[in-house]
Design a binder for this molecule. Structure first.
Ligand code: PNS
Length: 163
């Protein structure tokens, strides 16, 4: 039986930190579903469809493993998506104690709701300081985001080092 993992998030936009977690998940699980979810607690920059497209293009650009697929979910609980596709594991990146505090209740609720476990991966230290909210802020003030995001995102948001 193939082990399917879901890597969920706002991905607004996808960062190099996200890609690191996605790539490493693809090395652990048979199939990885990257699922873009609207988070009502956050003010969105990009429409969901554009976030999905950017992730797909970043994966092709970076020649990432082929066992990764990208989709979005807006039909309710994330665990319902997991149940629909037969995924028993969520994967999240943990950069700091702040992430632990944010992720712990969600992990417990998701396990209680549908027996979906959450696996936490520590980020590559090179990306430990990177977040989508930081990228949105730097971009909104005209700064160079190319060190933090894949090329397709830097092209969209502005990056001095985009050839
Ligand atoms: O990248 P984010 O914004 O930290 O991702 C948070 C996200 C989208 C994964 C989280 O808000 C979520 O799982 N939303 C789906 C709604 C849901 O299932 N909520 C109940 C269990 S936490």
């Amino acid at each position: 039986m193939s082990r399917i993992a879901v890597v969920p998030g706002s991905f607004d936009p996808i960062t190099l930190g996200h890609l690191d977690v996605i790539e490493r998940s693809a090395g652990i699980f048979d199939e990885v579903h990257v699922v873009v979810v609207h988070n009502p607690a956050k003010t969105a920059l990009l429409p969901i469809a554009e976030r999905v497209s950017l992730i797909e293009r970043a994966l092709v650009d970076g020649a990432y493993p082929r066992n990764i697929q990208v989709t979005s979910w807006s039909m309710g609980l994330l665990v319902d998506y997991c149940t629909d596709v037969g995924a028993s594991v969520l994967v999240k990146g943990i950069r700091s104690q702040v992430d632990v505090a944010y992720e712990t209740p969600m992990a417990i609720v998701n396990r209680n709701l549908a027996k979906v476990e959450t696996v936490f991966l520590l980020p590559d230290p090179a990306h430990a300081h990177v977040s989508s909210s930081l990228v949105r802020q730097v971009a909104s003030l005209g700064g160079d985001v190319s060190p933090y995001v894949p090329r397709v995102v830097a092209e969209l948001l502005g990056g001095e080092n985009v050839a």
